[in-house]
Design a binder for this molecule. Structure first.
Ligand SMILES: Nc1ncnc2c1ncn2[C@@H]1O[C@H](COP(=O)(O)OP(=O)(O)OP(=O)(O)O)[C@@H](O)[C@H]1O
Ligand SMILES: O=P(O)(O)OC[C@H]1O[C@H](OP(=O)(O)OP(=O)(O)O)[C@H](O)[C@@H]1O
Ligand SMILES: [Mg+2]
Length: 282
């Protein structure tokens, strides 16, 4: 059985569970359940603290896990990214009170607070910057400057609301762009069952990212219309009974739906219908 670690709390937990459910796996109903066997699909889920997921995967006691790229890198575990999962996006950034520190080099000799101290230490070392101290805090890192334990923070930024409320401003380039990732142990060994899990998750990603577009177009305009909707390989083109038009079906990026419909209409397509994809395997 493939052993899969899933975050039991925090920002990653609910979207990870939703994605696994969409991929056809049983998921827990009660958040106090810590282990769940899905015998029909040959997998076992372990609900663990998000920070611990990479530790278990690196130790090889579970085969794969879902965590954040930032948490993976901070863990120092012997685990690698296998597949980006497209949710829990964030940046990891330095911030300080407006106007006090504007460049990463100025962190030299200053105190930096973070919940991701390994990540911060290796980033600063790579830049050749020596801080006075790296202070480890569990959370609410934004308050550390006002409370006098640090001069600068390094933290997860999603909307920036927490930073603004604390009177802090980001500076320097983002240390990292993070998202939820499926991880596996470093090395070439691919655990049994990982290929199926990967294909299922990729199916969910595709179903979320694409829509199906159907339309009718006069036969002489098929080439022009197909140029607007090339699809993955090639669109399906079927003759209509009137002998003068064709029905075309193609996959289109969800974010481009309206732009593509406008372009198709201009080309001469009509009866343009967009449908969500429930599931797919490419
Ligand atoms: N607004 C956000 N706040 C925190 N983490 C976020 C946010 N958006 C995305 N993430 C990502 O979620 C992961 C952190 O999840 P984790 O469960 O440790 O933190 P949390 O949601 O802050 O939980 P906690 O309540 O324990 O602080 C990281 O990969 C982080 O990049
Ligand atoms: O940019 P924003 O949208 O404001 O989100 C980022 C904030 O959210 C998280 O804090 P969380 O609520 O998890 O509290 P914590 O610091 O106690 O972990 C994170 O640590 C930042 O503080
Ligand atoms: Mg947090």
């Amino acid at each position: 059985m493939l052993r899969i670690a899933v975050p039991n709390k925090g920002s990653l937990s609910a979207p990870a569970t939703d994605m696994l459910r969409e991929a056809g796996y049983r998921q827990r109903r009660d958040t106090r359940e810590l282990v769940l066997t899905d015998a029909d699909n040959g997998v076992e889920f372990f609900f663990l603290r998000p920070r611990d997921v990479a530790v278990y995967v690196g130790a090889g006691t579970v085969d794969v896990g879902i965590t954040g790229r930032d948490l993976l890198l901070d863990s120092g575990a012997d685990a690698v990214e296998h597949l980006g999962l497209g949710f829990a996006g964030s940046t990891f950034r330095f911030a300080a009170p407006a106007g006090t520190v504007t460049d990463v080099a100025q962190i030299a000799g200053r105190r930096v607070a973070s919940s991701y101290t390994t990540l911060v230490a290796s980033h600063l070392a790579a830049q050749g910057v020596e801080p006075a101290a790296i202070v480890h805090l569990d959370g609410a890192v934004e308050s550390s400057v006002q409370l006098g334990v640090a001069d600068v923070i390094a933290d997860v930024v999603e909307t920036g609301t927490t930073l603004r409320a604390a009177g802090l401003e980001v500076f320097g380039e983002p240390i990292l762009r993070s998202e939820a990732v499926l991880i596996r142990r470093a090395g070439n060994a691919v655990p049994d069952g990982l290929e199926i899990l990967t294909r299922r998750l990729q199916g969910v990603l595709t179903a979320r990212e694409y829509v199906l577009m159907d339309y009718d177009v006069p036969i002489e305009l098929v080439d022009a219309a197909v140029a607007v909707t090339p699809g993955f390989e090639s669109p399906t083109v079927s003759p209509l009974h009137n002998g003068q038009s064709a029905a075309v079906r193609s996959m289109v990026r969800r974010s481009e739906t309206n732009r593509v419909m406008d372009a198709l209409y201009d080309v001469g397509a009509r009866g343009i219908i967009v449908t969500s994809i429930h599931a797919c395997r490419l």
